[in-house]
Unconditional design. Structure first.
Length: 465
C-alpha cells in the first residue's frame, strides 16, 4: 500500500501540464468558433428591422436580445438566428417595442434650435425625419430626441416631412402630430407665413386632419420717419399691394412736399381692414410735426414728435384718434417744439415765400374748402407768422383761367378768407390779416397746360408794414 501511494504521488503532478495544454487548446478553438457563430447570426439579421440588438455566444449556444416592431418580425428574427450555420440553441430574449397610444410626434422651434421629440415608428423613419429637418431648416440646430414606438398611423413619414417644411416658416412655435390629428401654434416668421402654412396643410396625406391651427401672423408694420435735418420722409414696412403702395407714396408726396420721400416699402399680404385709410390719416398727422415718427402695428397707430405750436399739438392728438377707422386705436406722444427766435419783416416775407414756393395750399375742386393735404404747410405758415408778431399779412388768392371770370374772382376771395379763418382759429389775432382775391387776372404761368394752371392756382402771403 505504501508503495502504491508513493508511486501515485509521483504521477499526478504530471497531469497539470496536460490539463493546461488541453484548456488552452479548448480556448483557442472555442473563441474563433464563437466569433464565427456571432458573425453568422448577425448576418442572418441583416434584412430584419430591429432595435437594440444584442447577440452573445457561448460555445454554439446563442443568447439573442432585441426589440422588434411587430410580432411577425420578432418571430422571423429568432428563426433567422436559429437557422444560422453552427448555432445549436437560441436563448430567445427578444420582445416587442412598446406601443404608443396615442402616437405623438412633436417639432418645437425657439430662437436657437428645433427640437424633435415624441416617437417615430422605425429607425429608418427616425433617421429620415431628422435628415428632412436639417434640410428644411438649413443653418438651424436640429436636436433629435425622438424615441421609437409602434402604433404610427399610415403615411406617418410623409406627414412629418410636410410638417417640417411648415416649421421652417415659424419664428417660434410647435407642431404636434397625435395619431392622425395635427395641431400648430406659434408665430409665423414672415408676413404671409400663416397663410402659406394653412395652404400647405391642405396637402397632408390621406387620413390626416388639422385639429387646431393657432399660428399667428407677425405684426403688420408700417413706419414713417420725418427728419428735418436731412429733410427726408422715410417710409418702411409693408403695404398690401402695388396699387396701395403707389397711392400712399403719392399721398406722402402731397403732404410732405418739402421733404424727399425715401421709399423702402414692400408689398405683403396680411394688412388689417382699413389699413389705407388709417395710414393716410396718420401721415396727415405726421406732416404737421416738426420732427416725428409714425409706427402702425396691426390696428394700432403710434405717433411721436414735436408740433410747431401749442394749439396744433392738441389738434393733432384729437384728430388722430377721431379720424382712424373703427376698431383702430391711437397713441400720441406729441410735445411742442421750442419757439423759434423772432424775425424782422424782411425775413418773415422770405420765410413765407420759401414755404409757398415749394408747396401750395390745396383746395377741393371749385371750392374754398381747404384740402387736408395742406395741414402741414399751414402749420409752418402759422409758425412763421408767430415769429413776426408785429407785422401785418395780406393773404392773396388766385385761380387759373378756366371757367367764368366772375366765378373765379369770387372763388379766389373765398379761398383767401378760408386761409385767414384757419390762421385765426390757430390762435393768431384776426386784426393782423387782410384778404384779397384777383381771380385769374394775375397768372404766373400759361393757362394752356395743366402744369401752368396748377401754378396759377395759388395763395400768396404778403407782409405789410
Amino acid at each position: 500500500m505504501h508503495g502504491l501511494f508513493r508511486w501515485s504521488s509521483k504521477w499526478w503532478p504530471g497531469l497539470i501540464p496536460l490539463a493546461i495544454l488541453w484548456a488552452a487548446a479548448a480556448w483557442f478553438s472555442t473563441v474563433p468558433l464563437e466569433a464565427d457563430i456571432a458573425a453568422r447570426s448577425n448576418a442572418a439579421l441583416k434584412s430584419t428591422i430591429l432595435d437594440k440588438t444584442r447577440i452573445t455566444v457561448a460555445g454554439r449556444d446563442v443568447s439573442f436580445a432585441a426589440e422588434a416592431f411587430s410580432e411577425d418580425g420578432r418571430r422571423s428574427a429568432v428563426a433567422s438566428v436559429e437557422a444560422a450555420p453552427g448555432v445549436r440553441l437560441v436563448n430567445d430574449e427578444t420582445r416587442l417595442v412598446a406601443e404608443a397610444k396615442p402616437f405623438v410626434w412633436v417639432a418645437e422651434r425657439d430662437n436657437v434650435r428645433v427640437t424633435l421629440w415624441g416617437t417615430a415608428p422605425l429607425p429608418a423613419s427616425k433617421a429620415r425625419i431628422a435628415e428632412a429637418a436639417r434640410a428644411a431648416l438649413s443653418g438651424t440646430e436640429v436636436v433629435d430626441r425622438m424615441g421609437l414606438a409602434r402604433g404610427a398611423p399610415p403615411r406617418f413619414d410623409a406627414a412629418a416631412v410636410l410638417l417640417l417644411d411648415q416649421v421652417a416658416k415659424l419664428k417660434d412655435g410647435k407642431i404636434v402630430m397625435s395619431d392622425a390629428g395635427v395641431s400648430l401654434s406659434g408665430m409665423a416668421r414672415d408676413l404671409g407665413g400663416r397663410e402659406a402654412i394653412a395652404a400647405a396643410l391642405k396637402n397632408l396625406p390621406e387620413g390626416f386632419a388639422v385639429a387646431a391651427n393657432e399660428v399667428k401672423a407677425p405684426p403688420y408694420i408700417f413706419q414713417a420717419n420725418k427728419d428735418p435735418v436731412a429733410v427726408t420722409l422715410t417710409l418702411s414696412g409693408y403695404v398690401p399691394d402695388n396699387n396701395v403702395h403707389a397711392a400712399l407714396v403719392a399721398t406722402a408726396g402731397r403732404k410732405f412736399a418739402n421733404e424727399k420721400i425715401v421709399d423702402n416699402l414692400k408689398a405683403s399680404i396680411g394688412a388689417p381692414s382699413g389699413f389705407s385709410a388709417a395710414v393716410t390719416s396718420a401721415l396727415g398727422a405726421l406732416s404737421r410735426l416738426s420732427t416725428g415718427t409714425l409706427v402702425v402695428s396691426d390696428r394700432e397707430v403710434k405717433l411721436s414728435g414735436d408740433a410747431l405750436y401749442e394749439a396744433a399739438a392738441g389738434q393733432i392728438r384729437a384728430g388722430l384718434a377721431r379720424d382712424l377707422p373703427t376698431g383702430w386705436t391711437a397713441k400720441s406722444e406729441v410735445s411742442v417744439k421750442p419757439a423759434a427766435a423772432p424775425v424782422d419783416s424782411t425775413v418773415c416775407q422770405q420765410l413765407f415765400t420759401q414755404n409757398l414756393s415749394k408747396n401750395r395750399i390745396r383746395f377741393e375742386t371749385a371750392s374754398a374748402s381747404i384740402n387736408a393735404d395742406s395741414a402741414g404747410l399751414l402749420d409752418r405758415l402759422i409758425e412763421t407768422a408767430m415769429r413776426c408778431p408785429s407785422t401785418n399779412v395780406e393773404i392773396v388768392g388766385h385761380t387759373d383761367g378756366d371757367g367764368d371770370a366772375a366765378f373765379n374772382q369770387t372763388l379766389s376771395e373765398k379761398r383767401a378768407l378760408a386761409v385767414e379763418d384757419y390762421l385765426v382759429k390757430a390762435g393768431l389775432p384776426a386784426d393782423r390779416f387782410s384778404t384779397v382775391g384777383y381771380g385769374s387776372a394775375q397768372p404766373i404761368a400759361t393757362n394752356d397746360t395743366d402744369e401752368g394752371k396748377l401754378q396759377n392756382r395759388r395763395i400768396e402771403f404778403m407782409v405789410r408794414q
